[in-house]
Design a protein around this ligand. Sequence first.
Ligand SMILES: Cc1cc2nc3c(=O)[nH]c(=O)nc-3n(C[C@H](O)[C@H](O)[C@H](O)COP(=O)(O)OP(=O)(O)OC[C@H]3O[C@@H](n4cnc5c(N)ncnc54)[C@H](O)[C@@H]3O)c2cc1C
Length: 501
Amino acid sequence: MTALAADLRRLVQHSQVVDAPAELRTYAYDASFLTQLAPQSPDAVVIAGSEADVVSVMRYAYERGVPVTPRGAASGQTGGCVALRGGIVLALNALNRIVEIDVPNMQVICEPGVVHAQLNEQLAKHRLVFPPDPGSTRMATVGGMAANNAHGMRAVKYGPTGAWVLGLHVVLPDGTLIETGSAGSRAKQSSAGLELTKLFVGAEGTLGVMTQLRLKLMPIAPGRAIVLALFDELENAGRAVQAVFAAGITPSAIEILDERCVRAVNLYRPAMNLPEVEALLLFEVDGNPAGVGSDAAQIAEIVAPLVRGAGTADGARSVEWSVEAKRIAALWEARSVVGAAVGMLRPNANRAYCGEDICVPVARIPQTLRAIQDISQKYDIPIATYGHIGGGSLHPGHLIDGRNADDVARVLQVADEIHDLALRMGGTTTGEHGVGAVRARFMPQEHGPALDAMRRIKQALDPKGIMNPGKVFPDQMPVVEAELPIVLPVGEPARATVDPG
Ligand SMILES: Cc1cc2nc3c(=O)[nH]c(=O)nc-3n(C[C@H](O)[C@H](O)[C@H](O)COP(=O)(O)OP(=O)(O)OC[C@H]3O[C@@H](n4cnc5c(N)ncnc54)[C@H](O)[C@@H]3O)c2cc1C
């Protein structure tokens, strides 16, 4: 047993500390390409069983200057919850109690390890919902979502996780427990003092550990409708989105699939038999059952002049709308399988999650999608792109053979070019997945002097720099050794040096 593990076992129960190398290895990954390339085991893991455990671990770590990395479900795609500088991984996923569903005040008090889908299953019994909805709903914890300010498909109407967090319990790096959002409050709004809640939301565990969340809820929308529109020109898909907003309609989701994604969905689910167009858009509207049908019909009418074969019989087949639950589910299926389906576009290839989460101004989406295809050709790496076009968020999916060191080197260049592209387009390197380790070195370019203001906040709250070091802030980023093969466990292992950017 290491000295660190022995010390930790004096603070929490023996079984809450993990220090066996094989078990530590399971904490060396999240869903990022970086950690596939360069998994990094912590020195010890503490599985927190209570808020008091978090307080005592943080006090101990602060006294000795040991790095601490909070971890939820590890569905993040940035290396955020992996201890790149060693030290302690603080696992919060066992802190998963829903403390109280306060129905009259439409809020829920819960621990950070509650899984998003499970929270909404419980809330649905009261016809309430916590609206942010990442694609990782069955994995992601609400603590991880708040730490990354996760978005999702319905952010275009309901905003990010941060818009729904009313207050937090946070254990600061020195072990002090604070409550943000006014102590003991159940108010749904407040103007009292600095908005500390917003400071910790999106800080990716670099400022403290969230141990309890007070989340705002809303009633489940009773009606829902969907519109499918097919375009043979990307630019027309972009115009269609702008025309819908200009008509005063705010859909609850607007999703785009590019040509390669449409092909991938057809390969994965041939029964869907989608026409292979340049872009497919799905609009969802929710609200009053009587109103959603008319909104959907209006969207169909607005986009009709822009769809494939507009004005012809083909044009009529290129746009459809429905309020029927079965049709809505079938069309959403095309969107939900795309992440898995893109892997079928290239034999023996898998998806590399890097440069996977840019966000650009909505008006520049067609231009951005074409530029991504140019990058794809330049590096000979197939890229299939989909995303939440209503908010400008795009997820390029790069397909590589993980046994091939040359593919790995090229896809890292692809990721760099995509991040640069996003900034050139007046956007951001991450629309919803966060910075973590993989985008930290783009932060000076993205924020300029504002990054120094962030550094001063970090320094004030975490003077010893123990809280999730190596993330968000680009200082002292480690250069790590990649372990290949990374995606398919076959072939001769190769090694390469990787800059985690
Ligand atoms: C298939 C798939 C689909 C996805 N779809 C979306 C999507 O649509 N939208 C979206 O926004 N994201 C999406 N993601 C990314 C990811 O699921 C989200 O970022 C999610 O919020 C991470 O939650 P987690 O519990 O897995 O956090 P982790 O990955 O464990 O941690 C993420 C970060 O939060 C910090 N952290 C975790 N818990 C705490 C805590 N209690 N206190 C302080 N810091 C903490 C960690 O240190 C780390 O920096 C997707 C991921 C996958 C694999």
